[in-house]
Design a protein around this ligand. Structure first.
Ligand code: ZN
Length: 295
């Protein structure tokens, strides 16, 4: 991390973006006279008392007193910290965030890892639809009451049997192999070379609050196989003790999320969602941490 973000940049940024667009991307706003309105995302209510002023670039709730700018909205609504909120707004405005003592670039290598993880998600999703062995995975999901629509909503995938499916698909150069290894999707062999971490498993992609794919969970098809669940290891973009599976989907499903159930695992989140309970999240094989509660 570089130095502080200059105040002048923050002031300019707030004039470049429109708070209406920012809030409307999470909470559907309706125009009402000079302002925009919605049911307040910060307290439970039947009639809208949450208003957003385009002119003043402020929101205010007459019910609970919630009040602030696009920055405080992102922080309070999504749990982003201050710097993350600035970075989010800057990327909406197509700006780089400058730092005192030089322009700060998100490490190019980190950006590449996020991009690669999207390809991995798509690869495993496609295998669930197309691979000749995927029928077993589909059967298993059906036996647990998970239908195609829910599986698609959570982007469930299938890692076929075999040691080099992902490597063959995405590890076409030394550089791409190194990146795949950095994401934890493939593992370095002691005697050189790599192999796929996830084999013959149902894949649960894990997204962060901003919707970026950061890791995977994998479940065996046969209960006798071990370990029953396997997660991505800690990587530069994946920190188990901080992330909650299903939070991104829960927010997308319900904009004014007031409550969350914390459950044990992926399948619990899916089973609840299948029965209409869309506000549940799972920790990733760890006890609940303070970071989880912050999220
Ligand atoms: Zn309110």
């Amino acid at each position: 991390m570089a130095g502080r973000i200059p105040q002048q940049f923050i002031d300019d940024l707030l004039t470049r973006i429109d708070i209406i667009d920012v809030i409307d991307s999470y909470v559907t706003l309706r125009k009402a006279g000079r302002n925009h309105q919605a049911r307040c995302p910060f307290h439970d209510e039947k009639t809208p008392s949450f208003t957003v002023s385009q002119e003043k670039q402020f929101y205010h709730c007459f019910g609970c007193g919630a009040h602030g700018t696009a920055i405080s909205f992102l922080m309070d609504y999504t749990g982003m910290n201050f710097v993350e909120a600035i970075e989010d707004l800057a990327s909406r405005a197509g700006l780089e965030v400058p730092r005192e003592g030089g322009v700060f670039h998100e490490d190019k290598n980190i950006t590449e890892l996020y991009e690669l993880m999207e390809l991995v998600v798509r690869f495993y999703c496609r295998q669930l639809r197309e691979h000749p062995d995927a029928a077993r995975a589909v059967e298993y999901l059906k036996s647990r009451g998970i239908d195609g629509q829910l599986a698609a909503g959570f982007e469930l995938g299938y890692a076929p049997p075999g040691w080099e499916n992902l490597i063959t698909a995405l590890g076409t150069s030394n550089a791409s192999l190194l990146r795949l290894a950095k994401t934890g999707m493939i593992i370095n062999r002691d005697n050189g070379g790599y192999y796929d971490r996830f084999r013959d498993r149902i894949i649960f992609p894990i997204r962060d609050q901003r919707g970026r794919a950061i890791g995977m969970g994998g479940r065996v098809l046969d209960n006798d196989d071990t370990p029953k669940y396997l997660n991505s290891p800690e990587t530069p973009i994946f920190h188990k003790g901080r992330e909650l599976y299903g939070l991104y989907q829960a927010r997308r499903n319900k904009h004014d999320l007031q409550q969350l159930y914390i459950v044990e695992g992926y399948m619990d989140v899916l089973a609840l969602s299948q029965h209409g309970v869309h506000n549940s999240v799972a920790t990733l094989g760890t006890a609940v941490t303070e970071d989880h509660l912050q999220q």
